[in-house]
Design a protein around this ligand. Structure first.
Ligand SMILES: O=C(O)[C@H]1O[C@H](OP(=O)(O)OP(=O)(O)OC[C@H]2O[C@@H](n3ccc(=O)[nH]c3=O)[C@H](O)[C@@H]2O)[C@H](O)[C@@H](O)[C@@H]1O
Length: 427
């Protein structure tokens, strides 16, 4: 064995050469080993990350465990009809704002209702879980799953011969579409198609009623908005996906004989509402003494919405289910023409956003800290206003709650739900 001295200072030039070569070789060998290790680590990290994202997307979309005897029993019980001539309805988005209210209304009158919801975290899932608990106390079971899960949908139709689908699951929100465009494609396009595929293959085919949006009117400036007005100028990707939904459902009506009713909701508000919407977030911020941002249109014109109270919307949804003609197809084949309908469900009296704020201030007995800013180019439209004569004629739809009354009910619910009424009482 060479001594340490020999290793550091070899005694002959030949030895120097060999030793250099050895050192070079060692150095090269250790570099390539390091390189291989680095490669190995990179590959390991990459596969871990892609596995994580697979797990994440899987859990986001298909997290739920479903199936089994107990599960089927819960589905069947929930679907039981308790009145003669009652409906059996699959309500998608049942833990959502409109879905919860519609499910309750149907159940209360004796229809069979099975809910479906993926409990995603677009907004606080604990609110969705509280809605689920409310439905559970009325014997409505919500299946946890995604409308993109074709196997789950097929299983549900296997277990229950649904007469109707009330499709309310969606990626909602106009401005969020700039942050997460893919979620709109995933829910409002891909999910819709999956659900339509299942519905068209079901035997019997259900009648299909679903939530479109007032946002499909986009840049249309003819008021009030009628169903026959232009809807080819969407101002947001959200609106574009809802408009696409109207076209997609049309093809399923045309090719497979599915009975279709699309409902254009106009800024729905009320108890158990959506925290991402202005009336809700304004209430939260006013109570917490935080500023609110009020958008203003071109030339300092106030923005306005045809705010529609949830109970009125529920009546429109139930009326749509009751009047939906039958689907005509079977075995995936059309056997005759089926109805294709589209209705505005609005309130017919637009209110400006500053007026909305002052009503909230009155009910909360607190002043808002307002930041008024020009409307950013984020998909918003300056105003909405529904012509509801079609819905009135064909569904018996007649909104009865004005914004004052509706917001009072909302504020009362908000304070009781969140439990911090700051010592204030509501009129
Ligand atoms: O009816 C519809 O079609 C749509 O109604 C709402 O969309 P939007 O009318 O924009 O409702 P909000 O987000 O509550 O906004 C209401 C008004 O408040 C304004 N706003 C919103 C947020 C904010 O911080 N400040 C503010 O001034 C908006 O510009 C808008 O004029 C829903 O969020 C959509 O899911 C639904 O499809």
């Amino acid at each position: 064995m060479p001594s340490l001295e020999e290793e550091l200072f070899p005694s002959t030039p030949g030895k120097v050469k060999i030793e250099r070569a050895r050192q070079l070789h060692r150095c090269f060998a250790s570099t390539s080993t390091m390189f291989l290790w680095a490669l190995f680590l990179i590959a390991l990290t990459a596969s871990y990350l892609s596995f994580q994202s697979f797990v994440d997307s899987g859990s986001r979309y298909f997290s739920a465990s479903w199936g089994g005897i107990h599960w089927e029993k819960q589905v069947r019980n929930s679907a039981q009809i308790h009145r003669s001539g009652g409906l059996s309805v699959l309500v998608t988005g049942a833990a959502g704002f409109v879905g919860t209210h519609v499910s309750l209304a149907l159940k209360k009158r004796g229809d069979g209702v099975v809910g479906l919801d993926n409990f995603n975290n677009y907004y606080d899932p604990s609110l969705k879980k509280a809605r689920r608990a409310l439905l559970k106390s009325h014997n409505v079971f919500i299946v946890e799953g995604d409308i993109n899960d074709a196997r789950l949908l097929a299983k549900l139709f296997d277990v229950v011969a649904f007469t109707h689908v009330m499709h309310l699951a969606a990626q909602a929100g106009v401005r969020y579409a700039m942050e997460n465009p893919q979620s709109y494609v995933h829910s409002n396009i891909a999910g819709l198609v999956t659900l339509l595929e299942t519905s068209k293959s079901a035997d019997p085919q259900p009648a299909f009623v679903w939530a479109s949006s007032s946002s499909v009117y986009g840049l249309n400036d003819k008021t009030p908005f009628s169903e026959s007005d232009r809807t080819d100028q969407p101002a947001s990707l959200y609106a574009a996906t809802k408009k696409a939904g109207e076209e997609i459902t049309h093809t399923y009506n045309h090719i497979y004989g599915l009975s279709i009713t699309g409902l254009r909701f106009f800024t729905v508000y009320g108890p158990w509402g959506r925290p991402d919407m202005a009336y809700f977030s304004f209430t939260r911020n006013i109570l917490q003494r935080k500023p609110i941002t009020v958008y203003r249109g071109k030339n300092r014109v106030d923005l306005a919405r045809d705010f529609t109270y949830i109970d009125d919307i529920v009546k429109g949804c139930v009326g749509s289910l009751d009047t939906a003609g039958k689907s005509t197809g079977s075995g995936g084949k059309k056997r005759g023409p089926a109805p294709y309908r589209i209705f505005n469900l609005g309130n017919t009296s637009p209110v400006t956003v500053p007026t909305l704020v002052s009503i909230l201030e009155k009910h909360l007995k607190m002043k808002a800290k307002k930041n008024v800013v020009d409307m950013p180019g984020n998909g918003d439209v300056p105003f909405t206003h529904a012509n509801i004569s079609s819905a009135r004629r064909e569904l018996g739809y007649k909104p009865t709650t004005d914004l004052q009354t509706g917001l009072k009910k909302f504020v009362r619910w908000y304070l009781s739900y969140y439990g911090y009424n700051h010592g204030r009482t509501v009129n």
